[in-house]
Design a protein around this ligand. Sequence first.
Ligand SMILES: O=c1ccn([C@@H]2O[C@H](COP(=O)(O)O)[C@@H](O)[C@H]2O)c(=O)[nH]1
Length: 477
Amino acid sequence: MNFFDKLHNNISQNQSLLFVGLDPNPEMMPAFYQSEDVITGLWNWLQFIISETSDFVCAYKPTLGFYEALGVPGLELLHKILAVVPKYIPIILDAKHSDLNTSTIFARTVFTEWQIDAITLSPYTGQDHVAPFLVYPDKAVFILCCTSNLGAKTLQHYPSNESPLYLQVVKESKNWGTPEQLGLEVGTTNPDILGFIRATAPERIIMVRSIWEEENNFSQILKVGLNSNGDGLLIPVPQDMLASPKLSEEIQSLRSQINHVRNEVISDGSTCSVWLPDVCLLNQHPQHDLILQLYDIGCIMFGNFVQASGAVFPYYIDLRKIISNPQIFNQVLSAYEEILINLRFDRLAGIPYGSLPTATGLALRLHCPMIFPRKEVKAHGTRKLIEGNFCPGETVVVIDDILISGKSVMEGAEKLKSAGLNVNDIVVLIDHEQGVQDRLIENGYQGHAVFTISEITNTLYLSGRINEEQFLAFSER
Ligand SMILES: O=c1ccn([C@@H]2O[C@H](COP(=O)(O)O)[C@@H](O)[C@H]2O)c(=O)[nH]1
């Protein structure tokens, strides 16, 4: 089971967003455990914490630095602790690892040998550093975006409060991994900061830190950080509570207070005016979320746009942007894949230039060879009309982005046919409708589309993304 599912199972099973730090910090160890040698005392204390809290938390978070500071016995203690945490509770190792040259080997050790579920990472070495951790599909990372440390302010708020670096970290790291694999770590006592981060990353899990430093902000912090389902936050159990002999009672009381705020957020959300259009899930398009995401990243634009044919449409679709957003690109590939698995073909062919990345992604996913017809034939070199290897007589499925008149995709298909290949099926993401499918059939092709332009506009309108005027501009075309 992957980290995300394991976490969500625990959140619903234990009805808790709380996580507990399993930190062998001798300075915080209660007096009761101090008569023994330090490692034994810490081991007994941490075991007590686990037994008192395992029914009331969604995750545990050991901090690597505390174990390392105890030397070899500390690392042995870490392994003992990892072994006694119930297997169904995910473990997030707080390592804030950031070294590029050790990331591959460190990821392997932590995820395969130590069987840790997730790890915290610092963002400054960029995606190159995070990628080795993301090659483990069942594991996750939390990117440190913001800390409450006063000394960090000059960096985090650089260059200005309107456009602070910490928000840039959030925006950039969203491109590194899916919401299931990449969450954010945010230390703050300021509800505004958490609110900005939540608005920038509505889909991410945020592990909050330091929120207990100003306890009177508690409810406000939760309200801005929780998503509309009343989750999306991982909340730490205050450190001093872990030294209490009544830990189990205290953590249950804290859980109730948090769940009270969660319920308020859920009921506020259910009476909000934008809820109504979304409420009928029965009519929701299967690719509803993908449509909204394509709109949100600017692939679907409104206005009067002149098409290659000279016609003016009330929209323009620019699917070339997808490649800059790996998470959405992945979903787009899955949507094509659902259609392709029902077709018979020997090779995939992308139509240049817009559909070459998609065809390449699909070729890798489906382990299927790819070719492409050139847009223009070079006057030098091989002068090939078609790039890639093929055998005449093979069947090729053509991949394109959008069908408007069908002209460009049919031109590509004709080039493939002139080289002795069979082309029956054309698969696109968007069908503009207005008779283009019939035109394909008249020319001997079967068109398949993930969604039509009316499905897109209906979804955008029902979700409140476009207004009535924009919606009607489509229906009246
Ligand atoms: O909104 C649009 C409209 C067109 N394109 C580009 O045009 C072709 C499809 O046009 P046909 O008339 O079917 O030849 C498509 O491949 C795009 O490259 C677009 O991107 N967005």
